[in-house]
Design a protein around this ligand. Structure first.
Ligand SMILES: [Ca+2]
Ligand SMILES: [Ca+2]
Length: 81
């Protein structure tokens, strides 16, 4: 896929803990907990922002689109993982 860095792949794999190629709400909330956010509102807010087709799962395409829209954030996350 175009514009995908190894870093993005690495982060996505860390998010997708059960390896099914999608990040579920539970997996996302686990990641946000690691990043220091325990607020359930934050989780659904972040999910709504990244999950553009609204199926409550972040697939790789949605994740990459989010990375491209938020390059600074990706760098910060890459430092933590
Ligand atoms: Ca998953
Ligand atoms: Ca989705």
């Amino acid at each position: 896929m175009e514009g995908v860095t190894p870093e993005m792949e690495r982060i996505f794999k860390r998010f997708d803990t059960n390896g099914d190629g999608k990040v579920s709400l539970a997996e996302l909330s686990e990641v946000l907990r690691t990043l220091g956010s325990t607020n359930a509102d934050d989780v659904s807010h972040v999910m709504a922002e990244i999950d553009t087709d609204g199926d409550d799962n972040i697939d790789f395409k949605e994740f990459i689109a989010f990375c491209h829209a938020n390059p600074g954030l990706v760098k910060d996350i890459a430092k933590l993982f």
